[in-house]
Every structure is written in structure tokens, then in C-alpha cells.
Design a protein around this ligand. Structure first.
Ligand SMILES: [Zn+2]
Length: 187
């Protein structure tokens, strides 16, 4: 699947809106992503996950690790099924980070972190700390969408199905601002 096909898959699921959005402070974009909308059909999710995992061809993982949020759980369980591994959730309850199930990650296990987007390094650091607290090894990071705001890791391989980096515009070079297009809403 090339970027255009992936975009079409997400569009068909109603996952993409086009307009003029705030991605971050001082950063605008012309694409708004509603991730779950691209995941509500199991077959489409299967296809997207299979494509994402192909980018790690030749690598092996013992476990998939996700955040305990619905989009990531859907992606994580689908990837786990394709890889033939279990899937473990990292939950953060009022600042207390735990694994569900607590015994799901054995020492030395090579983990693939799967997420729809990781919008900042803080989320990733939390997941990596949870894995490393069980003596697991972060072997890769698989993202449905890379928002392209910051480099997430220089030490672990990061693969994404779709990068939105080219759709991010600093305020002083935002083409929609130049056209006087009103903002469509928050990101
Ligand atoms: Zn703008």
C-alpha cells in the first residue's frame, strides 16, 4: 500500500477531514485525523495492521504493548493476532502506571509498541519505562499515523503507515492562513 492507498482507506472510514486546523501551538495543518473512524471495520483494520507489520519484516517480537485506550487496543490486538503474540496494556491511573495483565511481560521479552499516534515523547517514555520495569526490551514502535511534530526515538526503530509531516505548517508559512481561511476547529 502506498500513501495514497492508505489515505483512501482512512478516508473511506471517515477518518480524515480536510480544512484548516490547529495541530499544536503555532502549528497548523490541512488534515484532521479521527483515528477510530478508520478502525471500526475489522477487515480494514486487519489490512492496515498487516501493512504496518510488513515494515518490520525480518524482526521478531514476543509481545505487543499498547496504551489502554480504545484505538490502541484495537490495533494492538489485531497486530498481536497477526504476529501470534499476546498483547499487554499500559494503564495510567492517576499517575500510577501498571501493566494489564501484570504478568504479561516476561524478562527479556522483545516488545513491539503499537499506537495510533503518539503525539509526544511523554507517552512513549511512559510505555518504555513500563516495559523496562519488567526487564523487557523495546524492539520497535509501530504507529498508524506519525504526526511529524517531533522525532520520537533515536534508538528504537519507528515505522508509521502514514506521515503527516508534510501537512504541518508553522504559522508564518501556513497556506490556509495566507488564503484567509477560517480555522475549522481544534486538533
Ligand atoms: Zn493556518
Amino acid at each position: 500500500m502506498n500513501d495514497q492507498v492508505i489515505l483512501e482507506r482512512l478516508e473511506q472510514g471517515g477518518a480524515l477531514s480536510y480544512g484548516h486546523f490547529v495541530r499544536r501551538k503555532n502549528l497548523h495543518t490541512d488534515i484532521q485525523v479521527h483515528k477510530y473512524m478508520g478502525l471500526h471495520h475489522p477487515r480494514a483494520t486487519d489490512d492496515l495492521c498487516a501493512e504496518l507489520l510488513q515494515r518490520f519484516e525480518g524482526e521478531s517480537f514476543h509481545v505487543v504493548v499498547v496504551r489502554a485506550i480504545v484505538e490502541d487496543i484495537i490495533l494492538g490486538y489485531t497486530c498481536g493476532r497477526i504476529l501470534g503474540t499476546s498483547t499487554v496494556c499500559v494503564a495510567n491511573h492517576e499517575g500510577l502506571v501498571s501493566l494489564i495483565p501484570p504478568t504479561g511481560l516476561t524478562p527479556g521479552a522483545r516488545a513491539l509498541v503499537v499506537a495510533d499516534v503518539l503525539s509526544n515523547k511523554g507517552y512513549l517514555q511512559e510505555i518504555m519505562a513500563a516495559i523496562e520495569s519488567r526487564q523487557g526490551v523495546v524492539g520497535g514502535i509501530a504507529l498508524l499515523i506519525d504526526e511529524g511534530i517531533e522525532a520520537l526515538s533515536s534508538t528504537v526503530r519507528v515505522e508509521s503507515l502514514l506521515s503527516l509531516k508534510e501537512h504541518n505548517y508553522p504559522l508564518n508559512s501556513c497556506p490556509m492562513c495566507f488564503q484567509g481561511m477560517p480555522l475549522s476547529g481544534g486538533s
